[in-house]
Ligand binder design. Structure first.
Ligand code: 13P
Ligand code: SF4
Length: 344
């Protein structure tokens, strides 16, 4: 919340008028359990203005599950995990795509829908996994393991995707690996996701030492402490967590699968081992479940704020472009991933 409030202050708050209150009343009813009223009154004028402007721009706002509730519930047209956002970006007929996520997600959207204007409200919203591997690393790995196809996580640059055979997300990594019919596969760059995939398949998985700076910080001791403090606690973890954390969780899955778990199983009390805005978003949507929060925010996701989304829509900048020299090969890797889901 701090980053959002700071950004609002810098831009100068817009007034919370009775007209704004009326236009945003239904959104307030969704977020009032997770946002204090005074904070809401700062967000609402931006929400009202963004929702008006996006219609006149024929724009669609895609928001990752880690976006703050005022973005996720307030202005997003499509929300989801990395896989859902990639698929929806490919399908949209809007002229403008605003990515309320991180840079690799916007790049993936541009790859899949190159004719559209793709706006990234803050170009500095990166990802520690995308930073952990370069195209030359992949070329070297191919020389060392010539028989192993290269599966790269979508959390990578387009240049890295271009060196890959196929992409995956945490929502389809096992399926993608098994679709290749290979004895061993390079699963890059997230070491912990690769190790989790290895527990779900007979294919031999080779990994790289990239980590998510949010998920690598959770520890099994912390989970045990929560279990001692709260009775009947169901622990669900993202596969970017270290294996010893996943080992003490009740369920592991992508952000969408974590949300589905809460929606379908309706646990009375749950601990979400992932970025903490997702807990806020689920708490807003699933009032029957008590969400216990260990809070670690992704500093990259939190660079996206309502004032920056508004500025992007007003100026139609900054735009994400992909170097044509790599775009076709990178697109192929992402499209192959989406085709795996279709074959099912
Ligand atoms: P998913 O939404 O694909 O589970 O990814 C998590 C993540 O860290 C995205 O940045
Ligand atoms: Fe990257 Fe981790 Fe942030 Fe996701 S949560 S964008 S993997 S640093």
């Amino acid at each position: 919340m701090i980053a959002t409030t700071d950004a609002l202050r810098t831009a100068g708050p817009l007034p919370f008028t009775p007209e704004v209150a009326a236009a945003t009343a239904d959104i307030w009813s969704k977020v009032e359990r997770v946002l204090p009223r005074d904070e809401w009154q700062q967000h609402a004028p931006y929400i009202e203005r963004i929702n008006r402007l996006k219609k006149s721009r024929n724009a669609v706002i895609l928001a990752h599950n880690y976006q703050a509730p005022e973005i996720f519930h307030g202005v997003a047209d499509i929300v989801g995990d990395s896989l859902a956002l990639a698929k929806k970006a490919a399908e949209t007929e809007a002229d403008v795509i605003v990515m309320a996520g991180v840079h690799f997600m916007a790049e993936t959207a541009k790859l899949l829908n190159p004719g559209k204007i793709v706006l990234m409200p803050d170009m500095a919203a990166g990802c520690s996994l995308a930073e952990s591997i370069r195209p030359e690393d992949i070329r070297l790995l191919r020389e060392t393991y010539p028989d192993a196809p290269v599966v790269t996580y979508v959390n990578t640059s387009a240049a890295v995707k271009a060196e890959s055979d196929i992409c995956c997300t945490s929502g389809n990594a096992v399926e993608v690996v098994e679709s290749l019919g290979a004895e061993r596969v390079l699963c890059l760059p997230d070491e912990y996701l690769a190790k989790w995939v290895a527990t779900q398949t007979k294919v031999k998985i080779l990994s790289w030492a990239g980590h998510c700076e949010v998920h690598e910080r959770f520890t099994p001791d912390e989970i045990r402490r929560f279990r001692r403090a709260y009775d009947n606690l169901i622990v669900i973890a993202h596969p970017e967590c270290p294996p010893e954390v996943i080992a003490v969780a009740d369920f592991a899955g992508s952000t969408a699968k974590m949300i589905d778990y809460v929606r379908n199983e309706k646990p009375a009390r749950v601990l979400m081992i992932t970025e903490c805005s997702m807990s806020d978003n689920i708490a807003a949507a699933s009032p029957a479940t008590e969400i216990v929060r260990p809070c670690i925010m992704c500093p990259h996701m939190k660079k996206i704020t309502l004032p920056k989304i508004l500025t992007a829509l007003e100026t139609l900048e900054p735009r994400v472009e992909v170097d044509p020299a790599i775009a076709d090969r990178a697109r192929l890797a992402v499209e192959r991933m989406i085709a795996v889901g279709r074959r099912k």
